[in-house]
Design a protein around this ligand. Structure first.
Ligand SMILES: Nc1nc2c(ncn2[C@@H]2O[C@H](COP(=O)(O)OP(=O)(O)OP(=O)(O)O)[C@@H](O)[C@H]2O)c(=O)[nH]1
Ligand SMILES: [Mg+2]
Length: 364
């Protein structure tokens, strides 16, 4: 096992180091990283209020930039629907449908939105543009909120340690980059994550995670290329236990949801985690590529079936598509909460999913 220590030490890559040694090398003494750390991180007083307002502004701009392509596509076609006081005619509803389909909202979901809007506007003779707009927005927010109650318990609500976060998805969806973003986020909260290179298929994948680990200042635990992914997870959990680390985030190889043996391997990783850390995996996040449109919906269904335990979705690359409407379909068709959106390639290009902010960024 290789332990690349980027947390508080210099990078280290000296072949076999066992978990026990890691414990001796890295941590001694009590380590309390719980709600208090997050509270401290979020505590607002005096100049902190300014900081928070800057942060809010940064988040708003990430939303706006992330959804700019979709918004652009929607605004022309929706503009016609929203423009001027009007009677909502069948033609206008057809235009609304078309606009949403163009933004990759699935047909069934579009029907749902349109019927809610039509129900809402039914009793009004003429509808002002703002009324139509807010009715469409409200229908979208309702659908997006349907999975909210199913959010997995975060590390702050989970007493068991280490908290194990398993990251899965098909090839190239953005898993490793999302792990870096999550790790960076945890670091901001005062929680030092351990990153686990369980994508052992390619040396480059291990290298990629190591580079991210170094950038965000997180330790990376890795075996050599071709070794068993479940074994590296086993070692990482052992290391986290001895070092009293709070969270391990497991990077897995991309796999097609149609390849049964690879899906079985994921199930094995999950079982090994469960056998070695109480309640693990505490979350299994499916990373979807927003640019793959409706195919992402199919992937999510298959992964959920195989792993029986996807707890949430991260939709990466929302900035790269004009079809961000797929988010609404995913929220509608899968009974899974959307947790984050990836809005770019940098570590801070990750926004916590929020139905209202999404609808605001999309429709204005
Ligand atoms: N624009 C944009 N690019 C992203 C985002 N997330 C990831 N990427 C890019 O997508 C590409 C693939 O990202 P990876 O993180 O390597 O994807 P992966 O799922 O780990 O890939 P495999 O391990 O090969 O399956 C990289 O070029 C990333 O920079 C995002 O939110 N926005
Ligand atoms: Mg990867």
């Amino acid at each position: 096992m290789r332990i690349l220590g980027f947390g508080s030490k210099k990078p280290k890559d000296n072949g076999k180091v066992v978990a026990k040694e890691a414990a001796e090398q890295v941590v001694s003494g009590e380590k309390v990283v719980t709600q208090t750390a997050a509270d401290n991180c979020l505590a607002v007083s005096g100049s902190r209020q300014e900081e928070r307002s800057d942060r809010n502004e940064a988040v708003r701009s990430r939303w706006a930039n992330g959804l700019s392509k979709t918004r652009e596509r929607l605004s022309t076609s929706l503009g016609r629907v929203f423009l001027g006081a009007k009677r909502m005619s069948p033609e206008l509803f057809a235009e609304l449908e078309e606009a949403l389909v163009l933004a990759d909202v699935g047909v069934d979901t579009v029907e749902k939105i349109v019927s809610r809007v039509s129900e809402d506007l039914r009793r009004r003779e003429l509808s002002k543009p703002d009324v139509v707009k807010s009715s469409v927005k409200q229908a979208i927010i309702e659908i997006l909120s349907s999975g909210e109650s199913k959010r997995p318990r975060s590390i702050l609500d989970t007493p068991q340690r280490p908290y194990v976060s398993l990251i899965v998805g098909v090839n190239g969806t953005g898993k490793t980059t999302t792990i870096a973003k999550l790790a960076w986020r945890y670091k901001q909260m005062g929680i030092a994550p351990i990153l686990v290179a369980a994508d052992t298929f390619r040396a480059a994948a291990i290298e990629q995670l190591s580079i991210w680990g170094e950038r965000v200042g997180a330790d990376v635990i890795a075996h050599t290329e071709g070794s068993s992914p479940a074994a590296v997870v086993f070692d990482a959990i052992a290391a986290a236990k001895s070092r009293r680390e709070d969270i391990v985030i497991v990077d897995t190889a991309g796999r097609l949801h149609t390849k049964r043996n690879l899906m079985a391997e994921l199930a094995k990783i999950s079982r090994v985690a469960a056998a070695n850390a109480e309640g693990a995996p505490h979350e299994t996040l499916l990373i979807l590529d927003a640019t793959s449109g409706q195919n992402a919906v199919a992937q999510a269904k298959q992964f959920d079936e195989w792993l029986e335990g996807i707890t949430g979705i991260v939709l990466a690359k929302i900035d790269g598509t004009a079809k961000g409407g797929v988010v609404v379909t995913i929220a509608d068709e899968l009974s899974l909460p959307i947790l984050f959106l990836g809005t770019g390639e940098k570590v801070d290009d990750l926004v916590e999913f929020d139905p209202q902010a999404f609808a605001d960024a999309l429709i204005g």
